[in-house]
Design a protein around this ligand. Structure first.
Ligand code: OSB
Ligand code: MG
Length: 370
């Protein structure tokens, strides 16, 4: 397909409630929406680089720079016969995976639409509905947290993940377990601990957690292996996994027994599929993480999570768990049985609500082929 036009939009969406983690408190989510036009078809993607470099070194500004000065010029005006061709062109850019993933996602939507198939089908997905969980931020008190858990369970969410931070960990897990002995429960530390804190995680061993997400360094694989050898509860890596190569190292070293896949963190759907397939071959379950995406990114996440080895519920919650008004139609909803419908229309399978997108756009640049 000949890439005629690419548009970047810096968007800023207000969260329905502040989201607190060990990395800080967010009240708004800033991402980049990418639009690619080719031969009368439009593809959409979302780059999940945030306003701050606290989860990843990438930010909206670094991703904008890499997109504008390197990734966009590599494909603009070119005849692209496949997405792999774009990935090869971008290979000389080291890292900056969230920037790459945003543009790659728009190409996946574009190519799927050109073949008149859903993104789920294009990616090799098999599920018609996906199992969903919810990621709950740190709360003002334990009782407020337990109330939040009750609220999400009553909406059907199949699995509860809570954020933890030093001093706000074991007692939260114990309190939730006391009220709900049998729910699927997991914790996410976002790298807030050190190996010497292992005693804290040993105190959680009785709570039958599904997994402990990213307890140690954001780039570490070695010490997680040391920790995993001392724990029965599976460790799941998020921040540390940027590629198939990282996945192989982590599994080989037994640094984790479960992997969280976020397409933004690993450079896109193509790399995500490789990680998914490799984990399947090693009997390592995967689940789909989240970056508080708008409906555009969420649509891609839902499609990817329809692949067969996404056997654990993902951090793919309903639009209204994040935002008062999403920028897609229909919005994403959770059914009473805790599942979410995988769109079947071509590409991402949802319409962009231009009025809502315009309302959240704070910067916009259009690149046209000459
Ligand atoms: O660590 O999984 C994380 C949100 C932003 C950055 C990192 C993380 C998260 C979440 C929320 O946990 C997941 C979601 O519901 O989108
Ligand atoms: Mg995480």
């Amino acid at each position: 397909m000949k890439i005629d036009k690419i548009e970047l939009r810096h968007v800023k969406l207000e969260l329905i409630a502040p989201f607190e983690t060990s990395m800080g408190i967010e009240t708004h989510e800033e991402h980049i929406i990418v639009r690619v036009d080719a031969e009368g078809i439009t593809g959409w993607g979302e780059s999940v680089a945030e306003g701050t470099p606290f989860y990843s070194y990438e930010t909206v500004d670094t991703a904008w720079h890499i997109l504008k000065d390197f990734l966009v010029p590599d494909i603009l005006g070119k005849q692209l016969s496949s997405i792999d061709q774009a990935i090869d062109l971008w290979d000389r850019v080291r890292g900056h995976r969230m920037a790459k993933a945003g543009l790659e996602a728009a190409l996946w939507d574009l190519f799927a639409k050109s073949k008149n198939v859903s993104l789920s089908t294009a990616l090799g997905g098999t599920r018609k509905r996906i199992d969903v969980g919810v990621s709950i931020g740190l709360q003002s008190s334990t009782s407020v947290l337990v109330e939040k858990v009750a609220g999400y369970l009553s909406q059907g969410y199949q699995r509860i993940k809570i954020k933890i931070a030093p001093g706000r960990d074991v007692e939260l897990v114990k309190a939730i377990r006391k009220s709900y002995p049998n729910i699927l429960l997991q914790v996410d530390a976002n790298s807030a601990y050190e190996l010497s804190d292992i005693g804290i995680f040993k105190q959680m061993e009785d709570a039958k957690l599904l997994l402990i997400e990213q307890p140690l360094g954001y780039d570490d694989i070695y010490e997680h292996s040391k920790m995993q050898q001392e724990l029965k509860t599976p460790i799941c890596l998020d921040e540390s996994i940027h590629s198939l190569a990282d996945t192989k190292a982590a599994i080989e070293l037994d640094s984790c027994r479960i992997i969280n896949i976020k397409p933004g963190r690993v450079g896109g759907f193509t790399e995500s599929k490789k990680i998914h397939d490799y984990c399947a071959s090693k009997n390592i379950p995967v689940w789909h993480g989240g970056m508080l995406e708008s409906g555009i990114g969420r649509a891609g996440n839902v499609a990817l999570a329809s692949l067969s080895n996404f056997t654990l519920p993902g951090d793919i919650s309903a639009s209204n768990r994040y935002y008062k008004k999403d920028i897609v139609d229909p919005e994403f909803e959770v059914a009473a049985d805790g599942t979410m419908f995988v769109p079947t229309k071509p590409g991402i399978g949802v319409e962009i609500v231009m009025k809502e997108l315009d309302a959240v756009t704070v910067r916009r640049e259009i690149f046209g082929a000459r």
